[in-house]
Design a protein around this ligand. Structure first.
Ligand code: HEM
Length: 240
């Protein structure tokens, strides 16, 4: 029933605009799942991270030590930190080696073309049409995503350097020696903390611009590009 109404609505729109439109697969379900897991992990990590930086609520002190709020928040932070690490490693493997990601890899060629850069900037300034791309991402997007992943790798590494200081068994014991060597190399634990904190702000900046650009493209591009990260489908016109 809902499908029929939706179909009718779409057909009506197509008739009205005299546009021969069709939907094409833009993102696979695995891509979309990974995207939303990254969103979930980042939101929780930013919120819990700011608490760890400045624990603004502390449980009332008690004769028996039971109020371990900071400890719980840190454990929560680490749980989502491991989730982020897993999805980022998985995504990196897919990006580098899986055939389906060749479109994403081809974006590097667009990013090396000055003509595509000029056309893309012109598009954002409402001067030119969107350039024809060989890859999935436009050059600005590609450079922003590379920057984002460098920040994420940096925050994961510094996160693990902090992790081995607060947990000492299992994985932490295994990683203790290399993480300590890195900690000494960067100038000590307080520097590690500052880098971890600074990268948090870098990621917040990226997410803000990313959401702004997604809304811009959805409104200006009129291809339902915002829907695509939910449904996986994007609209195209027949004469494209
Ligand atoms: C988007 C990712 C992340 C964000 C935004 C984030 C944010 C933060 C922030 C703001 C702090 C407080 C730093 C300070 O003292 O000023 C912190 C602390 C910490 N983070 Fe992260 N973090 C992220 C990922 C990770 C990962 C992947 C791990 C490890 C698996 C991790 C482990 C830790 C640890 C152990 C602390 C110190 C806790 C303490 O002081 O007791 N973080 N994080």
């Amino acid at each position: 029933m809902v499908d029929a109404v939706y179909k009718g609505y779409i057909m009506e729109n197509i008739k009205n605009s005299e546009c021969k439109c069709f939907q094409e697969k833009e993102f696979t379900s695995s891509y979309r799942w990974q995207h939303w897991l990254r969103v979930l992990a980042i939101v929780v990590l930013v919120a819990t991270g700011f608490y760890l930086a400045d624990p603004f609520i502390t449980p009332a002190s008690h004769a028996t030590p039971t109020g371990f709020l900071q400890d719980y928040i840190r454990a929560f932070h680490l749980f989502f930190g491991f989730l982020l690490t897993a999805v980022v490693l998985f995504k990196s493997y897919i990006f580098l080696f899986v055939k389906d990601s060749s479109g994403e890899r081809k974006s590097l060629r667009d990013a090396l073309s000055p003509t595509v850069w000029l056309k893309q900037i012109g598009y954002y300034l409402f001067i030119t049409k969107h350039p024809k791309l060989r890859g999935t991402y436009n050059p600005l997007q590609f450079v922003a995503y590379v920057g984002f992943y460098l920040m994420v790798f940096g925050i994961i590494l510094t996160g693990f350097m902090l992790y081995v200081q607060v947990y000492h068994g299992g994985l932490a014991a295994l990683l203790y020696s290399p993480m300590m060597k890195l900690t000494v190399m960067v100038g000590g634990l307080s520097v590690v903390r500052q880098i971890h904190h600074l990268l948090t702000w870098g990621i917040i900046l990226f997410v803000t611009v990313h959401v702004y650009m997604a809304i811009f493209n959805a409104i200006y591009g009129k291809e339902g590009s915002m829907d695509a990260i939910f449904s996986g489908l994007k609209w195209h016109s027949k004469h494209e």
